[in-house]
Ligand binder design. Sequence first.
Ligand code: ZN
Length: 247
Amino acid sequence: MFLLDEQVGEVRVAFTDRHGGLSEGTAASLDLGTRGAGDPDLVTGNFRRLAGALGVDVGQLVTMRQVHGDRVVALDAVPASPPAADALVTRTRGLVLLARAADCVPVVLADPAAGVAAVAHAGRVGMSAGVVPAVVAAARDLGAGRGLRAWIGPRVCGRCYEVPERMRAEVARIEPESWSTTSWGTPALDVAAGVLAQLRRLGVPAVDIADPLGPDRACTIESDDLFSYRRQGPHAGRQAGLVHLQP
Ligand SMILES: [Zn+2]
């Protein structure tokens, strides 16, 4: 169920993989998305399993309707419906914030001492739009300080994410560290490298899941333990990065 599961003070940070759920076929099995071909009842069951593993009620899990933008929503309670946003931030204990992805970069942020937690969904478009600086600013507005740190989750890596030459040039003009080349020598983007560069400039230390796991296990295209839109197509499931600010 978890590719990484870490406790830091009263904050639990985790990234899910595709195992331990109920969904079948391309979305097998822990699909946490809403757009795949997956049976919605099975996805609901997957959320219940995740909640069980975290020791929370399923109603404490908060998702977003992700739109590849830079909007951050600050929450002090579970919203009536998932907000249209690509980042969430809270200082309300008990909430579990989720950012879902299947090639894009899920980012988790927390300042355990200050009691602030956040997530962001940073794909090529969101990273370029500045969702990461936006969520860092929002976390600091809520009281995060020098203890703010970040975790970068599984995503398509810079040696697999082939893009047209012009797209690479456009994105690299915004974030030069995202410029990359595939392992077969064609233009590519390394969105996670762009996210890490943005965090570094903002003074936020980050753990890249590719460091402890190895680059192939952190890449959605290379690892069959993960969902990938590029590898599996539109019926791919979604994994999640999540943060639980514990009571
Ligand atoms: Zn890769």
